[in-house]
Design a protein around this ligand. Structure first.
Ligand SMILES: NC(=O)C1=CN([C@@H]2O[C@H](COP(=O)(O)OP(=O)(O)OC[C@H]3O[C@@H](n4cnc5c(N)ncnc54)[C@H](OP(=O)(O)O)[C@@H]3O)[C@@H](O)[C@H]2O)C=CC1
Ligand SMILES: O=C(O)C(=O)Cc1ccc(O)cc1
Length: 484
């Protein structure tokens, strides 16, 4: 049967028409598949109204979707997966394939095994990007858990319209990898946000946060806080591996901070440079660089260089580009009468210099030193994850860490600032408290506590979300596409 013939007979079903469900439903429908969708029964009327004329077949509930679809994707909150599959799973059409979009797979696997009859296949998925990112070239994880190869081929044909890059993992591999890539990365950005909120100061107002790395920290942090808390809570609290990573991140931050306040210079340098060698492979005073093995053909060579060892993800030029995007967004925001700040300061200082020409103040960059230390202690190779399940945010995160660590001069400046520049002490103190607080929230597994922590900070930053999302999108666009 050709794919065109398959489109006549195969029906795709989506249960949960939130952001990801809608992205999937519209993309699949545009590719010519018949798509049955539903949200909660109480949303049936409003959803039917909203999707009138869209070509999507809106049904009342998950029973109806399950009974008539050949490939069903659950796209609901991770915390609800058990109860939703318990409800609709028994209605699944005989021989159908069932998948979940859930960001954490342990509860999904358990629910599918518990509630799905033996005559249905389990072949799950996870798009490694948010609903506003172009799925082209992004990793799309496929998990062939209980299904023959012919069903995998069918799923590949159906999903080909996303133009994503298939990555084949088991359920358990998925959770280990995403704990390393997503959970601990989010913990770092969530901690920055909480720390700034507890200092009761927007970082762009204090004058301490200028320059490309700062732009990344601020805008990605705000991007995360502008999203739905349940996505981050689910993937951290329900992933058995996430506790280890997030706890170590808080521990690494604390250990480094203690060396900083005690001004133990030698010990701090030793620890940071050991982590540098372990993660990036650069010897003590060696300037990390590509080695020029192979260059990406469709990019500026200074932006992405494929090396024998590791790709270089971030350059001065890219960071400058972020600064530029940030200034543009700030101007736009100011023009719209909303102030303007998360994107950077005015174009010129009193001396007529453009922002990027002003000397950049040194920064302890504790959050970056801590993540590299954390990867090193846990034996995580972040580069190995680039080919597997890297989200755009994770790529930006490795990129800025690599940028800081690449130059021994830059790294030593940061260590010096950490030890002797007390301007950052109070923010770093808040950061430690925040990192430990987030680690506890994950250890306790308490959704309410997580939601409360998340919302307290997101409310603080809300006025700047629009601006930060413009800049954040620009950053992710530039770094997001995996190197060929
Ligand atoms: N957002 C992201 O960046 C990504 C999210 N994911 C994962 O995808 C899944 C969906 O996320 P996302 O779309 O962002 O979240 P949303 O909150 O936007 O969507 C979830 C939808 O499922 C609905 N729902 C809940 N219970 C039922 C039910 N019994 N029957 C039908 N629908 C139901 C929700 O309704 P209600 O709001 O009333 O509860 C909501 O509309 C999550 O598991 C998430 O982890 C994966 C990749 C990226
Ligand atoms: O890139 C990130 O880490 C995001 O924040 C977006 C995201 C959230 C949840 C997922 O399951 C996949 C991607």
């Amino acid at each position: 049967m050709t794919t065109q013939d398959e489109k006549e007979v195969i029906e795709v079903g989506i249960i949960g028409m939130g952001d990801m469900g809608k992205l999937y439903a519209h993309t699949l429908q545009r590719a010519g598949w018949k798509v049955n969708v539903c949200d909660r029964p109480e949303n049936y009327k409003s959803l039917s109204q909203e999707l009138k004329g869209s070509g999507l077949n809106v049904l009342k509930d998950g029973h109806q979707v399950s009974r008539q679809s050949d490939y069903i994707i659950y796209s609901v909150e991770a915390a609800f997966i058990d109860s939703v599959v318990a409800q609709y799973g028994p209605s699944t059409k005989v021989g159908a394939i069932v998948a979940g979009q859930t960001s954490v797979k342990a509860p999904e696997k358990e629910a599918f095994e518990k509630y799905l009859a033996d005559d249905v296949h389990i072949l799950s998925c996870h798009s490694m990007h948010g609903p506003t990112i172009d799925p082209t070239d992004q990793p799309l994880i496929l998990i062939q858990h209980r299904a023959p190869d012919e069903k995998l081929r069918l799923v590949e044909r159906i999903m080909s319209c996303f133009k994503s890059r298939y990555v084949y993992l088991t359920y358990d591999e998925h959770d280990r990898v995403t704990a390393n890539t997503q959970a601990v990365t989010h913990a770092a950005f969530l901690s920055m946000g909480t720390a700034w909120k507890c200092s009761n100061q927007y970082p762009w107002d204090s004058g301490l946060y200028r320059g490309g790395i700062e732009m990344v920290k601020i805008n990605i942090c705000l991007r995360i806080y502008s999203n739905k808390w349940h996505v981050y809570a689910g993937l951290a609290l329900l992933n058995p591996s996430a506790k280890i990573q997030v706890t170590q991140y808080a521990q690494s931050s604390t250990d480094l901070f203690k060396l900083m306040v005690a001004e133990k210079e030698e010990e701090l340098i030793k620890r940071v440079f050991e982590a540098r060698k372990g993660i990036f492979g650069w010897e003590d005073e060696e300037e990390g660089e590509g080695g020029g093995q192979r260059r990406s053909s469709n990019r500026d060579a200074s932006e992405v260089i494929i090396t024998r060892r590791k790709p270089i993800l971030m350059s001065d030029k890219l960071l400058d580009r972020f600064n530029f995007a940030a200034r543009k967004a700030a101007q736009l925001q100011a023009a719209n009468g909303h102030g303007g700040g998360a994107g950077g300061e005015e174009d010129h200082d009193g001396e007529g210099r453009r922002e990027e020409e002003k000397p950049q103040p040194p920064n302890s960059h504790l959050s970056l030193l801590a993540i590299v230390d954390c990867w090193h202690i846990l034996g995580i190779d972040p580069y190995a994850h680039l080919d597997l399940a890297a989200t755009p945010i994770f790529r930006v995160w490795i990129g800025v860490c690599e940028y800081l660590f690449r130059s021994p001069v830059r790294l030593r400046e940061s260590i010096r600032a950490a030890l002797y520049d007390h301007d950052f002490r109070s923010d770093d103190t808040e950061f430690i408290v925040a990192a430990r607080g987030w680690a506890q929230a994950v250890q306790f597994g308490n959704f309410e506590l997580y939601q409360q922590r998340f919302e307290e900070t997101s409310t603080f930053f809300e006025p700047r979300f629009e601006e930060a999302n413009i800049v954040g999108s620009e950053m992710l666009k530039v770094v997001a596409v995996p190197s060929p």
